[in-house]
Design a protein around this ligand. Structure first.
Ligand SMILES: Nc1ncnc2c1ncn2[C@@H]1O[C@H](COP(=O)(O)OP(=O)(O)OP(=O)(O)O)[C@@H](O)[C@H]1O
Ligand SMILES: [Mg+2]
Length: 387
């Protein structure tokens, strides 16, 4: 207890490495009042202690048997750049001492040294280390804040988009429906009073009917996607998520699109979830199809389930889809939850998958977290709070 109280009032921790007992003794007398000290005869034993204890400062002789001071310095800088090192040198090795400063030593002292100078260099070396530690602390704090802000922005974006979903659906189907109405009007006019249609006129009609058909198909797809989502069946049950995923993955494995894709499942032990199985089926399908579409030739998709506990102590079931696909560039990431945002080309994706998935997950009080690196892959995690 007493020792600990004593250490706390000291100005810092210093390790001294010198094979000469007289030097160790004299440094002890000079510094022991202000600093907590540890002495070593060789670099090798000292390094083990430095790795564990991370002292503020090390004073090391340059010429020692086994490991010389420059090597000791190199190892310390690998352990932690912020630990300051002062080299002790005789006149014979002043050149190496100068060189050591280029390798990152804080300063050097020539023996026989002046006590005042030693005290001054140690003091300023420790001050410098504390400054570095404070800077690192601040950088860490700013990084954390930045991350939190990014998360908050993504959250508000997701919420804003989710409000647009229904309005978006109406807008999106009202365009093709108006087009269909217009084309049907033209077709009707063309065939009015006609008993026989052939040649150019027939080609014209065929073309217009094909366009109408396409527009109608698109509207139906959008509405079906949305209706699936709105389907608020009362069919709530206890869902075994792992089983649910396995069924879908087995189904996908029988399809040609996954021939060059390895789907690997890492199921953790997670509790059953109360909810609507259709909801989860729909989300899992969308996540897996997105991952499959992101893989151009060969690749892997890992499906992982686990229970994770947040810093604040809240626990979630986490369902992650990790793919080795083309990833999502940073400027596109912010649009992912936007209804009708799709990069899949005309007629290929409706761009509703993520928007609807988020809407569903929100119903369960959860969230969707995306981490992606363009060219490397994407990890999408669904987090659902444990009830
Ligand atoms: N795992 C992923 N890897 C790369 N890009 C992705 C991934 N998941 C989603 N995306 C991007 O997000 C966009 C929106 O996805 P979303 O599921 O909402 O729509 P979609 O897949 O394009 O269309 P739909 O789901 O209706 O077929 C995709 O077009 C794609 O650009
Ligand atoms: Mg999709």
């Amino acid at each position: 207890m007493f020792d600990q109280a004593l250490t706390q009032t000291k100005q810092g921790t210093v390790v001294i490495i010198d094979d000469n007992p007289n030097i160790r003794e004299s440094i002890k007398m000079i510094l022991e009042e202000e600093y907590s000290l540890r002495f070593f005869e060789s670099g090798i034993t000292a390094l083990e202690h430095i790795r564990n204890a991370q002292p503020d400062l090390v004073i090391s002789d340059i010429s020692m048997p086994q490991m010389n001071g420059i090597d000791v310095l190199r190892h310390i800088k690998e352990i932690d750049k912020s630990i300051q090192v002062i080299m002790l040198t005789g006149y014979a090795s002043v050149e190496s001492a100068r060189a050591s400063v280029r390798y990152g030593a804080y300063d050097y002292i020539v023996k026989p040294y002046d006590t005042e100078k030693l005290i001054e260099i140690v003091k300023s070396g420790i001050k410098y280390r504390k400054q570095l530690m404070d800077d690192q602390d601040n950088i860490d704090k700013i990084r954390k804040l930045n991350k939190e802000m990014e998360r908050e922005m993504m959250k508000s974006r997701k919420l804003a988009y989710s409000g647009q979903l229904s309005a978006g659906i109406i807008h999106e189907v009202s365009n093709p429906l108006s087009a269909i109405e217009g084309y049907l009007h033209i077709i009707q006019k063309k065939i009015k009073d006609k008993a026989l249609i052939e040649g150019e006129e027939l080609d014209f009609l065929k073309k217009y009917i094909a366009i109408t058909h396409n527009q109608l198909r698109r509207s139906i797809r959008i509405i079906r996607n949305h209706l699936d989502f709105l389907k608020i069946s009362n069919e709530e049950s206890l869902i075994d998520i792992n089983e649910n995923l396995e069924e879908i993955i087995t189904l996908l494995k029988y399809q040609n699109i996954t021939l060059n894709i390895e789907i690997k499942s890492e199921y953790g032990s997670i509790p059953k979830l109360r909810g609507n199985p259709d909801h989860f089926q729909q989300i899992f399908m969308n996540m897996l199809y997105n991952a499959i579409h992101a893989i151009e030739k060969r690749g892997i998709i890992i499906v992982r389930t686990e229970v994770v506990t947040e810093e604040k102590g809240l626990s979630f079931i986490s369902i992650s889809f990790i793919d080795s696909g083309h990833g999502i560039p940073k400027d596109k990431l912010e649009h992912i939850f936007e209804p009708f945002y799709s990069t899949k080309g005309k007629g290929k994706g409706t761009g509703l998958g993520m928007a609807i998935s988020y809407e569903i997950i929100k119903k369960y009080g959860g969230d969707i977290i995306i981490k992606s690196t363009a060219g490397k892959g994407t990890k999408i995690s669904l987090l659902i709070p444990l009830q």
